[in-house]
Write a protein that binds this ligand. Structure first.
Ligand code: DX5
Ligand code: ZN
Length: 251
């Protein structure tokens, strides 16, 4: 079990106590970066990870942060989910591992050698899995792009938005893509978490969680420069209360 799994199919009808809400990974780039330390304290013990969007200005238009920022956040003891939206991420994997990222996610579209990239990530994470190995797909990328590397990944991150900005609306059809990834993983016998990133708000969190996902990334809905703590309470509540779609007893 990597992180918070449902009981296996055929177990008694679940009750709220049985259920683990999707893990919450909070995007920190919309936080008040002039007082990042204080902002991060809102996450301690309340979110699984601080989600750091690493953008190189090539894979997507924005230029954000790198390993030094990840190391600074990790040094606070808050686990970091590093989302690499960079061209040819192989050249940076060791730096993000050394920075102490707990999750490193690369994009299937960012390299010609996805299998080699995930193989190198697996070697870097080592048998004790010092970090979770993630592979992400943009809304326009066929889900089957991750199929060849499901055995080399711990997480498949389905982007509900085209990468580059926070605060976008989720693309229609993302729920079906989540189900398609699940089906692929089931057929491959791959033990992967499935996550959604982009456009998750307090208003739509329960619906998105009902797609049966393990990880939810949310940024501007939490760090809105107004009430991150209150937003976290509301988001957590929505995720816990989300009814999960169950088809033939399996997720
Ligand atoms: C988009 C990023 C997302 C985004 C999430 O390129 O990967 O993580 O920042 O922000 P919200 O939750 O505001 O869409
Ligand atoms: Zn992200």
């Amino acid at each position: 079990m990597l992180y918070g799994r449902w009981p296996a199919c055929g177990d008694p009808v679940r009750t709220e106590a049985d259920v683990t809400a999707p893990a919450l990974s909070v995007g920190v780039l919309t936080a008040d970066l002039t007082r990042l330390g204080a902002e991060l304290e809102h996450l301690r013990g309340r979110a699984a990870w601080a989600h750091v969007d690493v953008m190189d200005g090539a894979f997507c238009p924005q230029l954000t942060v790198g390993p030094a920022f990840v190391a600074a956040v990790a040094a606070t003891g808050i686990a970091v989910d590093a989302h690499l939206m960079v061209e040819e991420p192989r050249r940076m994997l060791a730096d993000f591992a050394a920075a102490g990222a707990a999750v490193i996610t690369v994009h299937a579209e960012a390299t010609r050698h996805l299998h080699r990239t995930m193989t190198e990530m697996t070697a870097l994470a080592g048998p004790e899995r010092s970090f979770l190995r993630g592979v992400a797909i943009n809304p326009g990328t066929p889900v089957c792009a991750v199929e060849p590397v499901l055995g080399l990944a711990d997480l498949v991150l389905v982007l509900a938005v085209s990468p580059g900005w926070s605060g976008q609306a989720p693309a229609p059809g993302t729920g079906q893509r989540v189900r398609d990834v699940r089906d692929l993983a089931r057929r491959a016998g791959a033990d992967v978490l499935v996550g959604v990133d982009g456009g998750v708000t307090i208003a739509n969190a329960a619906q998105i969680a009902s797609w049966g996902i393990d990880v939810i990334v949310s940024g501007s809905a939490i760090f809105d420069r107004a009430d991150p703590a209150g937003n976290l309470d509301l988001m957590t509540r929505e995720l816990l209360l989300s009814p999960v779609e169950v088809s033939d007893g399996k997720r």
